[in-house]
Design a protein around this ligand. Structure first.
Ligand code: MG
Ligand code: MG
Ligand code: MG
Length: 306
């Protein structure tokens, strides 16, 4: 039986770097943990791994009979399909408490901060373990990604302080420039199949028995999507017919204008009116100031389905 650290399905940089950083910490304190992942890397995550000279964690979908640390969520819908047959040793996260549960006592590090890697930094401090330069650099990038370079309403002073300390360890002078470089990589959406874009940062949620899929693409200038929108809308409609969600939402987030255009296909035409107080026009609505799926999109939707 092996022990793995793994993030959520459709892994983002926080999930991948978090698995690596947590496994390294555990190995330093005498617990053998292997970092793994539940899906392909995004271009942003590949950029981070290349920059700091790391290999991708092993792709592993089945964990029956193994032990697990879960990073960056606590939801059954985002966990390995056979998570019920694994032993949950711990959760390290920064989202609302989900529906994962355990048969045995477990270690929980859950804080209302902007990124799991901020919590992992607290764990390094707690165990008094030094963070290697390259891992510090990757953790810094994960925090800048999750907090949209501190612009997201999910960002806390703990995240900012953490980035400052990690920048010092990693020897990165201008971390904001590195953050923007990362978002430029993220903004390269041209010549990519529509389904790849829709699924790049996609999560299915179980809202009181109703399945809702929400994807997000964060770019520096939304104009890049101008010609693509009809194809993106067609693809989320196709995805919904394949996966059977009540609604599929795709957030096109402009990190400079600090808002999101929401594309939606839903059984309920009034859903955005009910959740966000704004109705859609041709299946689209601009939500000013909305950058965060977990803080600004999921909670109002959950209220509608409560
Ligand atoms: Mg995540
Ligand atoms: Mg995260
Ligand atoms: Mg994100």
């Amino acid at each position: 039986m092996a022990v793995y650290a793994v993030g959520h399905k459709v892994p983002d940089s926080d999930s991948i770097v978090g698995a690596i950083a947590l496994a390294y910490l555990k190995n330093q304190i005498g617990e053998e943990v292997i970092p793994s992942r539940l899906g392909e890397l995004s271009p942003e995550t590949q950029f981070i791994l290349d920059k700091f000279g790391f290999e991708a964690p092993e792709l592993k979908l089945s964990y029956a009979g193994e032990s697990l640390y879960i990073v960056d969520h606590s939801d059954i819908a985002l966990a390995p399909d056979d998570v019920a047959e694994a032993t949950l040793l711990g959760i390290v996260d920064h989202h609302k408490l989900g529906d994962l549960t355990s048969d045995t006592p477990l270690e929980c590090w859950i804080r209302p901060v902007g990124c799991s890697n901020t919590v992992i930094k607290m764990m390094y401090d707690f165990h008094n373990v030094e963070i290697p330069k390259a891992i510090a650099g990757m953790m810094l990038c994960a925090i800048l990604s999750d907090t949209v370079v501190f612009k997201s309403p999910t960002c806390t002073t703990a995240d900012i302080r953490c980035v400052e300390v990690l920048a010092e360890i990693a020897g990165i002078e201008d971390f904001k420039a590195l953050g923007m470089e990362m978002f430029e990589v993220k903004s390269a959406v041209l010549n990519t199949p529509m389904r790849d874009l829709v699924m790049r940062d996609f999560k299915n949620f179980n809202m009181n028995g109703t399945k809702i899929g929400i994807g997000q693409l964060e770019v520096i200038d939304l104009a890049i999507f101008d010609k693509m929108k009809p194809e993106l809308e067609a693809d989320i409609a196709k995805l919904r017919s394949e996966e059977g969600q009540h609604s599929v939402l795709l957030l096109l987030t402009d990190i400079m204008k600090e808002g999101s255009e929401l594309l939606i296909i839903s059984d309920d035409e009034q859903l955005t009116e009910k959740a966000f107080g704004k109705s859609t026009v041709d299946g689209k609505v601009w939500l000013d100031g909305v950058l965060s799926r977990k803080k600004q999109i999921v909670p109002p939707l959950e209220k509608v389905f409560a």
